[in-house]
Design a protein around this ligand. Structure first.
Ligand SMILES: [Cu+2]
Length: 271
């Protein structure tokens, strides 16, 4: 977090960034996080601007993509999925970007999907962006280890099940860097506002909601002294949380790199 003075000094830069309608978000998407039963589920990896289905960035080859399956007291089973990925093109409303897909055989319990992407060069910010991302699928309501850290370099550990939130509940998570809480971490929050169309690898043109003012497209919250953040969920659907720039002086190819952590939740209406 910048001090007010630092923000003043870098005002020009901040103003430039503020013209972006919404934030970069790494997605690991599948239609349903809370499945009744196992089976083949589609997984799409897309680096995009989910609120407005905006510019979709070209993903490189992921450094790692794996899933950890946990179920009751059973030992966690880690499966590498990187070799299963197939390259696709994902169409936003304004462009097409390189993305990835695979099919996965889900069984009972929690499946913690983890992506460590190749950093993305963001020329507008003279910086790389690396968003380590988690998305958790549960099958059959069987308990798993959704609340345990995986051990990613940057990670959001959920303090509430990401797949069992009603609309109106809160979601809490703890932001970690190398296993340690990140006090006052800045977190951007976005709603997946355009339905992903899996057959055509694109977003639906129609948004679910419209904003009263541009600030609402990408909400900003801060974690507390323990790296814990709280968000009240106003609407059913997918919400993404991106904790930004968690590691000071992190670099890639001798350039600055924002080392981020992303997690997704899927909320349902209570009725
Ligand atoms: Cu962006």
């Amino acid at each position: 977090m910048k001090s007010p003075l630092a923000s003043l000094l870098t005002g020009a830069v901040v103003l430039g960034a503020a013209t972006m309608a919404s934030a970069h978000f790494q997605m690991i998407y599948t239609p349903e996080m809370a499945l009744e039963q196992g089976g083949q589920i589609p997984i799409k990896l897309v680096f995009t601007h989910p609120f407005d289905a905006g510019y979709t960035m070209d993903m490189g080859t992921p450094e790692q993509f794996f899933v950890i399956r946990t179920r009751g007291e059973n030992e966690p089973v880690r499966t590498n999925l990187k070799e299963e990925l197939k390259a696709i093109e994902w169409a936003s409303l304004t462009n097409t970007g390189k993305a990835w897909e695979t099919m996965y055989q889900a069984r009972g319990g929690d499946h913690i999907f983890c992506l460590i992407p190749e950093p993305y060069w963001e020329a507008q910010e003279d910086s790389y962006i690396k968003q380590n991302t988690k998305m958790i699928v549960n099958v059959g309501g069987e308990p798993g280890a959704w609340h345990e850290p995986v051990g990613l370099p940057t990670e959001i550990v959920p303090l509430a099940k990401p797949y069992d939130r009603w609309t109106g509940n809160v979601f809490q998570g703890q932001v970690l860097l190398n296993g340690e809480p990140v006090p006052n971490a800045e977190i951007e929050v976005e709603y997946l506002n355009h339905q992903p169309l899996l057959d055509s690898n694109s977003f639906a043109a129609e948004p679910a909601v419209t904003v009263p003012q541009e600030s609402f497209a990408m909400q900003t919250i801060f974690a507390d002294d323990n790296g814990v953040f709280t968000f009240g969920i106003p609407r059913a659907g997918w919400w993404g949380f991106a904790a930004l720039d968690l590691e000071e002086d992190f670099t890639y190819n001798n350039q600055p790199c924002s080392h981020d952590a992303v997690i997704w939740i899927q909320a349902k209406d209570i009725n």
